[in-house]
Ligand binder design. Sequence first.
Ligand code: NAD
Ligand code: GLY
Length: 347
Amino acid sequence: MQVNIELDQSVDRSYKVLIDELVGLEFDTKVVIVTNPTVAKFHLDEVKSLVKATKLDVITIPDGEKYKNLETIEFILGECFKLRLDRKSLLIALGGGVIGDMTGFVASVFQRGIKFIQIPTTLLAQVDASVGGKTGVNSKYGKNLIGSFWQPNGVYCETKFLKTLPSREFSAGVAEIVKMAVTFDRDFFEWLENHDIRDEENLKIAIAKSIKTKARVVSLDEREAGVRAVLNYGHTFAHVVENETEYKKYLHGEAVSIGIVMANELALRLGLLSKEEEIRVKYLLQKYDLPIDYEVNSAEDFYEHFFLDKKSHNDMIKFILPDSIGGYKMIDNIDRSLVLEVLKDFE
Ligand code: NAD
Ligand code: GLY
């Protein structure tokens, strides 16, 4: 015997990402802004003045990736209950990717799911983390392995908020922009080569271009069954770099920059990328002071570390490689010896 559960497919979860259009937000519900002291010091007053709600509260959590864990989620949930939020209440994530990922996760589980809005304040969060609905926390089992897909109900990217961002953090965001240009958009890559996105107007263009790319990818493959994995270009190597350096030496975007360079070396050997293209990508990363070198201690150990990554299935490592600039290939049967050759060049 079989009973079919027919679910309503018509619920529209689409949303808008607005760039520099945060003039006011009005809700007839309780609203809570989740932020940290660093971001609050610079931008909380302004955001509070723009939000009208039945009741507006703020939950502040400590700043840092090391607080991106279930303990902090429990704390935020506890505060939500103390503030008597209900199923109609709404959360606002005000901060970088850490705040966004955790606020989204809380929104996905509080009373089985409530609405939330992203106001990303780092470049990385504006061009990548705030869009696409990946939420979650780190645990002893790995980074971002506990979480959910829960789309925000709107994203507001205010480029003026980036003015207070340390330049290293800005560059870390640039690495994710380069990632999207190299794999999806040759024209955008060439535009980046010829423009400096530290300039305000260029920055807006680069953010908009990146968000459009991310939006297209997420619309095609929300749950990462296929093309969304391309957004992990550079990340397979980057995760090992972050792991080996205990998340202390490099910001995530800096490790992605190194990972892009390593992936490109592999693409070069496979004939997917020309030497000239490989140099152009390095040059673009260097323009924003991003690291392009890494000293591999042992190529064999580095290779073994790939298997700690959630993207390796059944002992196969899926490499996302550029296929010329502006294209990509996902390959999971590359000879170990070829990868080791690349890694040995970094020893
Ligand atoms: P972050 O959130 O830790 O922010 C970096 C630092 O900048 C923090 O100290 C923060 O307090 C500070 N900061 C934020 N905005 C500021 C501002 N306007 N002025 C001054 N300081 C400011 O780091 P991040 O790079 O934004 O995000 C990294 C996180 O995002 C990681 O946890 C990563 O896993 C996650 N991520 C998620 C996705 C996704 O799709 N959900 C994608 C990429 C990354
Ligand atoms: N940052 C990768 C993704 O959103 O899928």
